[in-house]
Design a protein around this ligand. Structure first.
Ligand code: ADP
Ligand code: MG
Length: 250
């Protein structure tokens, strides 16, 4: 089943065309890595997929349900109540963690499940403690974000996203704000989620990681998908632009 599908997505900021007719789909259980040079439109694509940004034109589907259709060259979104339900299908992990600084770790995790999903506090609290355990942070439930390392904060934000029981998890450069020695702990968590068949879309500059963990790689450049395929296909591409980009990471 297609968990996410985007068709002919276009987005511009003033006269700058950032996404030029992008189509992609993500199957259940699949890990998709989006790679490509800075400024190629990767974050804008994730922001359109997660409806933080409206597409100018194109179609968006989650689990086969239409979130937006194309009509007369414009994207037309479903009613807010429908979109609200569809937003439950995914979670997003940002580069800069985006934790609430005045909430404890536990409260950061349980707040949205209780107030947005209207779930019972006991049940959510139990799940949160399991997630913290999974993230190796059982002893940090009462800590505040400022008391944690960047890697720990990022693991809390992954736990927070997982507490909503998403079908898909999106990551936008989850390690790029971290010191190199903390990058590995986040990549390991993502790898563990992949082993549990979590469906994920990950924008990353960690090429070795993308190659190892992703089933599908999308190479973006200048608002288009220049090439996509299995890691072996994309990493053995003879496209000059891709060779040059990958060469920088050797
Ligand atoms: P990437 O994540 O691949 O580095 P982005 O999607 O962040 O690329 O940005 C693609 C282009 O769109 C860049 O030229 C960036 O400056 C521009 N851009 C992104 N967001 C905005 C915005 N909100 N307003 C204007 N320009 C933007
Ligand atoms: Mg970006």
């Amino acid at each position: 089943m297609k968990y996410l599908e985007m068709k002919h997505v276009k987005k511009q900021f003033d006269s700058l065309e950032v996404l030029k007719d992008i189509s992609l789909s993500v199957e259940e259980g699949e890990v998709t890595a989006i790679i490509g040079p800075s400024g190629s439109g990767k974050s804008t694509l994730l922001r359109c997929a997660t409806m933080l940004e409206e597409m100018d034109d194109g179609e968006l589907y989650y689990l086969g349900e239409q979130a937006a259709k194309s009509e007369n060259g414009r994207a037309v979104y479903q009613k807010p109540a429908v979109l609200k339900k569809m937003r439950q299908y995914y979670g997003l992990v940002f580069q800069n963690f985006n934790l609430f600084p005045h909430y404890s770790v536990l409260k950061n995790i349980i707040d949205a499940p209780i107030h947005v999903q209207r779930r019972k506090k006991d049940e959510v609290g139990e799940q949160a403690m399991k997630l913290l355990d999974q993230m190796g942070l059982s002893d940090k439930a009462d800590a505040y974000p400022y008391q944690l390392s960047g890697g720990q904060q990022q693991r809390v934000s992954i736990a927070r996203a997982l507490a909503m029981n998403p079908k898909i998890l999106f990551f936008d450069e989850p390690t790029s704000a971290l010191d190199p020695e903390l990058t590995g702990e986040i990549l390991k968590v993502i790898q563990e989620l992949a082993a549990m068949h979590m469906t994920m879309v990950i924008v990353t500059h960690e090429m070795e990681f993308a190659r190892k963990v992703a089933n599908h790689i999308i190479f973006m450049e200048n608002g288009i998908i220049l090439e996509e395929g299995t890691p072996d296909e994309v990493f053995s591409s003879q496209n000059a632009r891709i060779l040059s980009f990958l060469g920088k990471f050797k």
